[in-house]
Design a protein around this ligand. Structure first.
Ligand SMILES: C[S@@+](CC[C@H](N)C(=O)[O-])C[C@H]1O[C@@H](n2cnc3c(N)ncnc32)[C@H](O)[C@@H]1O
Ligand code: SF4
Ligand code: SF4
Length: 341
């Protein structure tokens, strides 16, 4: 099996967004030799660079070259800064570049992410587009923007970008968490405006009746290595994880380590649910952050005996690098085809 690797080369960043999960208790970095050894320890099909702004790492170029030279499909998530400091050939070697937009207007984006952040991301995105690099707009669904996601989906369409959506995870505070009602209202509004390409967000997949997953990717198909040199099954993992050195010894057996096994546990309350095999309890990171990993996804309607009716149109589209390695959803505003039950 070829795994998806999530790499945080550094936690450093040029911005300081209020919702961000990156640690800020010091400066931490993986080294080029760490990345080399990670690649030797596991069969890796794809890698995504996230956590901080990776271009701030002094060996960023060499690390990307190494990943690409090994035939690993390599993607980057950025606020625009990293693209700005990359030479054209390196940029063109990336499989995909994701740009974070949390609001659909320059004023709101700059208010949230800091002055100039809209222009920085837009300029970098246009540069990628001109170079023929696959571009994606990635948004985080939060209490402050869940009504405005259709506008961000349209922004992506206008700029020739894919559109991918994650849900806010209360790693540092629950200031941006949505209530149960807000969460499903956000999805309802989105599905009215955009077609669904794919969703690996287990509870959304279940409520659309897709039943197309085998649990979330965390603990199963993806490995995350943090700038603190820890190996964790999910980017939002709260425990310490394993020191990177353990990966050298365990190699693929890392998936049998305690944290990875815990990430795969299906809550007892989910037994007998029609979506048990596919949803498998929902997003494990969210369950963990809600305070009880052994309880079902806090946004699960089944457990509340709430009859939720959610439908979506199917839209054509391609699988993106992160489709299978995170609880995430890809949408598209044009070309609706077919209807889900
Ligand atoms: C941590 S950033 C790192 C890459 C880059 N600095 C950027 O902003 O795109 C990667 C993605 O995680 C998102 N993110 C940050 N904090 C989050 C949280 N608490 N829950 C969900 N997504 C979060 C960001 O909005 C961004 O889209
Ligand atoms: S730009 Fe990215 S890494 Fe930096 S603070 Fe914002 S979300 Fe976090
Ligand atoms: S009961 Fe469990 S498996 Fe069923 S939909 Fe809810 S979280 Fe998913």
């Amino acid at each position: 099996m070829a795994y998806s690797l999530g790499l945080g080369l550094t936690n450093e960043c040029n911005l300081a967004c209020a919702h961000c999960y990156r640690p800020t208790d010091g400066t931490f970095r993986l080294s080029l030799s760490d990345v080399r050894r990670i690649c030797e320890s596991l069969p890796i099909g794809s890698a995504n660079l996230g956590t901080g702004e990776n271009g701030l790492h002094p060996d960023f170029n060499a690390i990307v070259e190494h990943l690409v030279d090994r035939g690993i499909l390599t993607g980057l998530t950025t606020n625009g800064y990293t693209v700005q400091v990359m030479p054209d050939p390196l940029l063109k070697s990336l499989r995909e570049v994701e740009f974070s937009f949390d609001f659909p207007s320059p004023q709101d984006q700059d208010r949230f992410r800091g002055p100039g952040s809209w222009d920085l991301a837009m300029r970098a995105m246009e540069r990628c587009r001109a170079l023929g690099v696959e571009i994606t707009i990635i948004a985080v669904m939060m209490r402050t923007n869940y009504r405005r996601l259709p506008e961000i989906a349209r922004l992506a369409h206008t700029h020739g970008a894919n559109f991918r959506l994650n849900v806010y995870q209360p790693v540092k505070s629950d200031a941006y968490s949505m209530t149960y009602e807000e969460f499903w209202e956000g999805w309802r509004r989105l599905f009215e405006a955009a077609g669904l390409v794919s969703t690996t967000e287990p509870i959304v997949n279940a409520m659309l009746g897709l039943n197309s997953l085998a649990g979330c990717a965390c603990g199963r198909r993806t490995v995350r290595v943090t700038p603190k040199r820890r190996v964790i099954p999910c980017v939002y993992w709260q425990g310490d994880g394993l020191p990177l050195e353990r990966l050298w010894e365990l190699r693929e057996a890392i998936f049998q380590s305690d944290d990875f096994c815990a990430a795969r546990l299906v809550p007892a309350a989910c037994r007998g649910c029609a979506f048990e095999a596919s949803c498998a309890g929902g997003c494990v990171g969210r369950r963990l952050l809600a305070g009880d990993m052994a309880a079902p996804d806090p946004y699960c309607p089944i457990i509340r005996h709430h009859e939720l009716h959610m439908t979506a149109r199917i839209a054509p589209g391609k699988a993106l690098l992160k489709s299978g390695s995170a609880c995430t959803t890809i949408l598209r505003v044009d070309g609706h085809q077919g209807t889900l039950p």
